[in-house]
Design a protein around this ligand. Structure first.
Ligand code: HEC
Ligand code: HEC
Ligand code: HEC
Ligand code: HEC
Ligand code: HEC
Ligand code: HEC
Ligand code: HEC
Length: 407
């Protein structure tokens, strides 16, 4: 889930944009991953203007360079073996400005020489403007189910000015405030003022002081999880199983201190003052918490699912992935190049998702909402039944948790 908490004209917390990752697989006894001689293009099913949040995109562009157009082609990335799009300016609104939280992208693969269409599929691109800052900073919902509007934005800037002797309210009169102008952001490679806490450590660290001793509710006061289904940070099969953010990421105190400890290690003076007010919960003391870099050191599927088995552990806090290459989204199974994502989908929308739109590809290819190849359906790609597990142990079996999808 990528989000764009934005109050037009006032402030934007710039978060990393969505990218499409795709593989083209040719069916056969041993299927083939096709990377040469093909072009994979994308377009929005319901074209949007991509222009409702100009200050947000301009701020992002300043940091990461040009954004990808609303209709375009993926580039092939040698390192990961995936076709990847540039950063997409996807907004959770349709052309008329109504909420459209899971816009559908249509992908098409074409043989470059012959011009023949080889495959077509669809996916949703999760985008959300529902960061719940207004829940506490005032102004009410600006978007069905959440949001950050003018009133909350003004309150946030005024509070920031009062607490830190900044002049953000004044500055906002002449242009949108981008938090990353001052707070570093390793993911956007934005240096800001290197003495300040990075934006993830500042936000989680500061609010953990006020939001102690809560469960997932602490996360949900900001991260969007709307029961009406407009925008949900967690809608994978783990959500069917009633798992919560804290099972994988820790409680807010733990999540915040892992970020602050990393900043303390880097010699940032602001970390100490916040850590003094936080008591970790999944560890006795801070010594038991592994520091982490935001967006990079993340939970690891295999710390619960050891050797790809049904989990004996049901929490993964503190066992972070190392580099970006170790992250689930960039990993592949154990034979050849099929990515985890290609069979299982996005980390918080793993098949079968809560909604049919989260399972567009398995519904298209195998008429069930489950992982590609699940229920011993390896011949989906292999054209024959398989005996050897290949991609990983424990994949050749019946689905353990059959589900009902809502809509
Ligand atoms: C659960 C309630 C709650 C939510 C939700 C919330 N805040 Fe806050 N925030 C607070 C409280 C309480 C303060 C301290 C206010 C005070 O002392 O006047 C605060 C203060 C702040 C400050 C000032 C901190 C400083 O030292 O400068 C910033 C910036 C801020 N919030 C940003 C945000 C943003 C951005 C969001 C949404 C992503 C958000 N808040 C969501 C409760 C909340
Ligand atoms: C002009 C520079 C500047 C901008 C822009 C800025 N901040 Fe800050 N921020 C600071 C300074 C300085 C502090 C105080 C740091 C300290 O005392 O160690 C601070 C502190 C904070 C804190 C309290 C945690 C801490 O480090 O003590 C939060 C939370 C925070 N900022 C959030 C935000 C958010 C959210 C935005 C965007 C809306 C933002 N800041 C924009 C300079 C800035
Ligand atoms: C006060 C609002 C607020 C609360 C409470 C909150 N978040 Fe966040 N979270 C944010 C914002 C804003 C960002 C984007 C920060 C950035 O761009 O780095 C974010 C980013 C993240 C990230 C990505 C960056 C990273 O550190 O890797 C994770 C993971 C995350 N939140 C998990 C959680 C979990 C889990 C909880 C509850 C335990 C939680 N958050 C509670 C506002 C909040
Ligand atoms: C079953 C475990 C699990 C649960 C439950 C879970 N997450 Fe995550 N989360 C992950 C993993 C794994 C990653 C890293 C994905 C990767 O490496 O590609 C992640 C990454 C993130 C990120 C970084 C951005 C991204 O999409 O990678 C955010 C933000 C986040 N989680 C927030 C949440 C929130 C909020 C909740 C609760 C609503 C939640 N997560 C529940 C496992 C989980
Ligand atoms: C915090 C521990 C934890 C993490 C981290 C975690 N899972 Fe799970 N997962 C579970 C639990 C618990 C179940 C339900 C187990 C059961 O069926 O008894 C489950 C079930 C599953 C299933 C369903 C199996 C079936 O046949 O019904 C799949 C698939 C799965 N997880 C994949 C993943 C992937 C991929 C990741 C990383 C993106 C991941 N899990 C991260 C705990 C975790
Ligand atoms: C070729 C398709 C394919 C690829 C690639 C793939 N998986 Fe799977 N995976 C499956 C199937 C099929 C199952 C069994 C059905 C299910 O549980 O959904 C499964 C099950 C799992 C489970 C659940 C284990 C359990 O019993 O609870 C986890 C965890 C998992 N995979 C993680 C991964 C990770 C991590 C990667 C990448 C390193 C990956 N998978 C790559 C097809 C794949
Ligand atoms: C989404 C398509 C896809 C699905 C589904 C799939 N595979 Fe594969 N598999 C591939 C591709 C592509 C290769 C070729 C190796 C490579 O380049 O990654 C492969 C290679 C293999 C290999 C090694 C080469 C060979 O043909 O013996 C084994 C073993 C294997 N798969 C087993 C399985 C099993 C078991 C399942 C079902 C649980 C399965 N695969 C489901 C795409 C798939």
């Amino acid at each position: 889930m990528h989000f764009m908490p934005v109050a037009p004209g006032q402030l934007a917390l710039l978060t990393p944009p969505t990218r499409i990752r795709a593989q083209l697989i040719k069916r056969g006894e041993t299927p083939e991953i096709i990377s040469d001689g093909v072009e994979i293009s994308y377009r929005m099913e319901n074209p949007q203007t991509g222009q409702r949040l100009p200050g947000f995109w301009a701020g992002l562009k300043k940091r990461i360079g040009d954004l990808a157009p609303p209709t375009g082609s993926l580039g092939f990335d040698e390192e990961s073996g995936l076709h990847i799009s540039g950063p997409l300016a996807i907004e959770p609104f349709d052309k008329a400005g109504a909420a459209l939280t899971y816009p559908v992208l249509v992908l098409q693969a074409k043989d470059v020489k012959s011009g023949k269409i080889l495959a077509r599929t669809k996916m949703v691109a999760a985008g959300s403007a529902m960061m719940g800052c207004a829940n506490c900073h005032g102004g009410g919902k600006t978007f069905p189910g959440g949001g950050l509007g003018q009133v909350a934005a003004r309150d946030i800037l005024a509070t920031h000015d009062r607490m830190n002797k900044t002049d953000l309210i004044d500055k906002s009169k002449s242009g949108m405030i981008h938090c990353q102008d001052c707070h570093p952001d390793p993911e956007l490679k934005s240096e800001g003022n290197p003495k300040l806490l990075n934006i993830s450590a500042a936000i989680h660290g500061f609010h953990a002081v006020y939001l102690g001793e809560k469960d997932q509710d602490a996360c949900l006061s900001c991260h969007p999880v709307d029961n009406e289904g407009l925008s949900r940070s967690l809608r994978s099969m783990h959500a069917h199983l009633q798992m919560t953010c804290t099972d994988c990421h820790g409680y807010l105190e733990d999540h915040a201190s892992s970020l602050l400890l990393n900043e303390q290690k880097a010699g940032k003076p602001g970390a100490k003052g916040l850590l003094e007010h936080i008591k970790p919960r999944k560890a006795e003391t801070f010594d038991g918490i592994n520091p982490r870099i935001p967006w990079q050191n993340q939970p690891d599927c295999l710390s619960c699912h050891e050797e790809f088995q049904a989990p004996e552990e049901t929490e993964s806090f503190n066992q972070w992935t190392g580099t970006h290459a170790d992250q689930y989204r960039n990993r592949k199974g154990e034979v050849g190049g099929v990515a985890c994502l290609s069979c299982h989908s996005a980390p918080h929308a793993l098949y079968p998702g809560l909604y049919r739109r989260d399972s567009l590809q398995p519904l298209q290819y195998q008429e069930t909402p489950y992982t590609l190849g699940a229920d011993e359906n390896c011949k989906l790609c292999h054209t024959v039944d398989m005996e050897d597990e290949g991609h990983h142990a424990n994949s050749l079996r019946k689905v353990r948790n059959p589900i009902e999808q809502d809509k």
